[in-house]
Design a protein around this ligand. Structure first.
Ligand SMILES: NC(=O)c1ccc[n+]([C@@H]2O[C@H](COP(=O)([O-])OP(=O)(O)OC[C@H]3O[C@@H](n4cnc5c(N)ncnc54)[C@H](O)[C@@H]3O)[C@@H](O)[C@H]2O)c1
Length: 321
């Protein structure tokens, strides 16, 4: 296909989702031409208005002409539930297949740069905390395994001549307004508001590396203007337990009850990113949104949705699991 010299668009797969939606709105607000690709297989929490041109289709159905004027791709479309991946592991092959299709298309059309969204779940129970990018990959769920498959394809393209510059970003726990209640922080917020209850799986001492969405979006935007590291962690370098998150929410509602739920099979004890490479690539941002502030903002967003809407979202998630 003829290479297009006037590439001015940024394309975001999964752009109706949590991270992709925030990223698309930030890029559009800064004057970028953005195309969002999403087949809406999960109902968006925030309607995809203000995110640029919208292509409602699966990544597997993208064609060369969809990418002909694209200079940068953020590939964020993914099945991403760890528990659901144990129930329907074959669905998660789509994460690998979609990546294969997209990378091949970017190569044939001549898209210069692609960022591929991966996850800290690829480390499994890491030997080293904080965990550097060089740590062994040890996936403990079909979801994590699908991301390892996607990463391997991305690495193959990093070595292939004529392929785009490809960078893998391993997100740790991103949270904030617009995340579905299958994830920890929104699940706690939604249950607090509708049931005055904080459901905790296991003993609540499992630790996660939380980053507020605006900080993650800021880092993703910066990538567009820099050489891409082959693989980089996007985390804060600090970890907090589920009980820490519960304590923050109890400040907002001191009479909320904590309900003990069964722990997940293959639950990872702790994720904590080494941020040394991230700091070298995009600079260390000292003033990120702290956990208390981020949870307060997330809870306020859930409150603004109204109880009926929150109940419907919880129902949808519970039915899907
Ligand atoms: N949110 C986090 O904390 C987190 C942590 C680690 C990794 N990630 C990764 O970051 C990326 C974005 O996550 P998110 O939290 O925004 O997820 P999300 O579920 O909110 O958004 C994903 C979007 O992709 C769409 N989608 C999925 N597969 C598709 C396909 N094949 N074709 C077209 N659309 C498709 C869905 O409809 C959804 O709108 C994913 O790759 C995820 O694995 C997220």
């Amino acid at each position: 296909m003829q290479k297009n010299p006037s590439r001015d668009r940024i394309l975001i797969t999964g752009g109706a989702g949590f991270i992709g939606g925030h990223l698309a709105r930030a890029l559009v607000a800064s004057g970028e031409e953005v195309t969002v690709v999403d087949d809406l297989r999960v109902p968006p929490m925030i309607p995809p208005e203000g995110t640029g041109k919208f292509l409602e289709k699966p990544v597997l159905e993208l064609e060369e002409r969809d990418l002909s004027d694209v200079r940068f791709v953020y590939h964020l479309a993914s099945h991403k539930s760890v528990p659901r991946s144990f129930q329907q592991p074959l669905d998660y092959l789509d994460n690998v297949d979609s990546g294969r299709h997209l990378l091949a298309l970017c190569t044939s059309v001549g898209v210069p740069k692609v960022v591929v969204g991966s996850t800290c779940e690829v480390y499994g129970e890491a030997d080293m905390l904080p965990t550097p990018e060089t740590s062994p990959l040890s996936p403990r769920s079909p979801y994590a395994a699908s991301k390892v498959g996607l990463e391997m394809l991305a690495r193959a393209h990093q070595r292939a001549s004529g392929a785009p510059e490809v960078g893998i970003v391993r997100f740790f726990n991103v949270y904030g307004p617009g995340e579905r209640p299958d994830a920890l922080v929104p699940r706690l917020c939604a249950n607090l508001l509708t049931r005055n209850e904080l459901p905790v799986e296991g003993d609540g001492e499992q630790r996660r590396d939380f980053t507020y969405i605006t900080d993650v979006v800021g880092k993703l935007v910066m990538l567009a203007g820099r050489p891409l590291a082959p693989v980089v962690n996007f985390g804060s370098g600090r970890s907090f337990s589920v009980n820490d998150v519960v304590r923050v929410l109890q400040k907002a509602s001191p009479d909320a009850g904590v309900s003990q739920k069964q722990s997940r099979p293959n639950e990872i004890t702790e994720f904590r990113a080494s941020t040394a490479l991230q700091a070298r690539q995009i600079g260390q941002k000292a003033d990120g949104v702290g956990l208390e502030e981020g949870i307060r903002l997330t809870l306020a967003w859930w409150e603004s949705r109204g109880l009926d809407d929150i109940r419907q979202r919880i129902f949808q998630e519970e039915r899907a699991n």
